[in-house]
Each structure stands twice: as structure tokens, then as C-alpha cells.
Design a protein around this ligand. Sequence first.
Ligand SMILES: NC(=O)c1ccc[n+]([C@@H]2O[C@H](COP(=O)([O-])OP(=O)(O)OC[C@H]3O[C@@H](n4cnc5c(N)ncnc54)[C@H](OP(=O)(O)O)[C@@H]3O)[C@@H](O)[C@H]2O)c1
Length: 218
Amino acid sequence: MKVAVLGGTGNLGIGLSLRLAILGYEVIVGSRSEEKAKAKAEEYLKILSEHGYTGKIVGAVNAEASKQCDLAVITVPYEQAFALAESLKNELAGKIVVSPLVPMKKEGKLFRYVELPEGSAGEKIAGILKDSRVVSAYHNIPADRFADLKSSFDWDVLVCSDDSEAKKAIIEITNEIKGLRALDCGDLKNSKMVESLTVLILNVMISNKLKELGVKFC
Ligand SMILES: NC(=O)c1ccc[n+]([C@@H]2O[C@H](COP(=O)([O-])OP(=O)(O)OC[C@H]3O[C@@H](n4cnc5c(N)ncnc54)[C@H](OP(=O)(O)O)[C@@H]3O)[C@@H](O)[C@H]2O)c1
């Protein structure tokens, strides 16, 4: 299966690209720049080999990555992600598209969730990509620790969607990643709670001088 990690050159994109490639998924790192995408794909392959893994990772501009893939994850800051989704409607039609988007802003030392008229970023993406199968997931993963192949973790991934088959597919893929347990979190109306949980985690980290916290339901 070909997975496009749109904006896969950034923080969350690194870990997702590496860990999906290790599992045997063909990863296409998407970027606004073909040159940057290809350079990042090479860099990720080098990281894999340094850790004793092989995998298939290539780079392409976001539109080409979206066209070629079976499944896409939008790992772009939320302010830019909506316009990007708008521009990729045709390429992503009929495909599962994952939104890890967390709308938030800094207020003083802490972060605040940014309320959207659609209810959540996941619902807004679903409203834009009407012909895609939108799943909301991966919001609560701390990117740096996830990208470090030497790190071990035990985190839950909360997954929401109005498309139960698409949600099941993402739950299955996520459960293949060592250290992650995917939990069904209902429909997209619940996405706001999952997205805002990230803001809470960040504020807990800041207020308690902690780093790289994930979520575990136990
Ligand atoms: N970082 C985390 O720990 C984390 C955890 C969970 C969820 N998330 C969510 O995941 C998303 C990505 O977060 P991130 O920290 O990985 O972001 P990031 O590193 O700041 O940016 C990711 C990529 O977005 C692309 N980008 C920037 N501006 C763009 C624009 N105007 N149009 C299209 N692409 C643009 C850039 O790729 P190119 O320059 O190559 O185009 C960049 O490398 C966010 O929505 C965030 O809420 C992040």
C-alpha cells in the first residue's frame, strides 16, 4: 500500500514516514518542493539503514504524492492544511485521508485550542474533502520521540471517523506500529475532544517542565 505523508518533511512526518516504511508500506514524502521531498526521502532512508532497517521511501510534490497514493496523512500546520486539502480534492477523491491537525495558538506561556465553526479540524477537512474518507488520528503523538527509532513508548492513538471501514483500516495500520494502541473514539464529532487533548498535554508539559508526553488509557 502506498501512503503519502503530505508535508512529510516536518516534525510529525518524519516519525510516520519511518515507522510506516519499517512495516513495509511504500511511503511517499510530500512537500511543496520536489527537491526537498526527494532530499528528505533520502535522509529518511539513511536513518532507516543506520538503525538496521530497510524500506521504500520516495519524495514528490504534494499533488503527485496524493495522486499516487492509496492513503494520505496531512502532516501540515492546520492554518495551511485546509488550503492544501482544498487544492488536492481531486487527487484525494475516494481515498482515506488522515487528519492529525490540532488547531491551536500560543497565549502567553500556554497553548489554547482554536475553536472552528465546523467543530474541529477533522470535521473541517471532511467538509473540504467531501469525496474522501476522512479519519482523525495521531493528534496526541509527541513527534520528536516518535521519530527517534531508539525510543520506546506505550501510547494510545484515538481514532475518529464517520466512515467505519476507513476507521477500521487506520486502527489496524496503527496497531502494527510497535508501542501504539489504536482506540476507536467514535465519529468525527468527537475529534474536537481528541484534538484539544493535545493542547492540554502541551500545557501539562509546560506547567510541569515535562517533555514528550503521550496518552495512555488504563
Ligand atoms: N509536531 C507534533 O508533535 C505533532 C503531534 C501531533 C499532531 N501534530 C499535527 O500535525 C501537523 C503537522 O505538525 P508538524 O509539527 O509536523 O508541522 P511542521 O513540522 O511545522 O510542518 C510540516 C510541514 O508542513 C509544510 N508546510 C508548511 N507551510 C505550508 C504551506 N503553506 N502549505 C503546504 N505545506 C506547508 C512544510 O513542508 P514543505 O516545506 O516541505 O512543503 C513542513 O515541513 C499539525 O497540524 C499538528 O497540529 C503535530
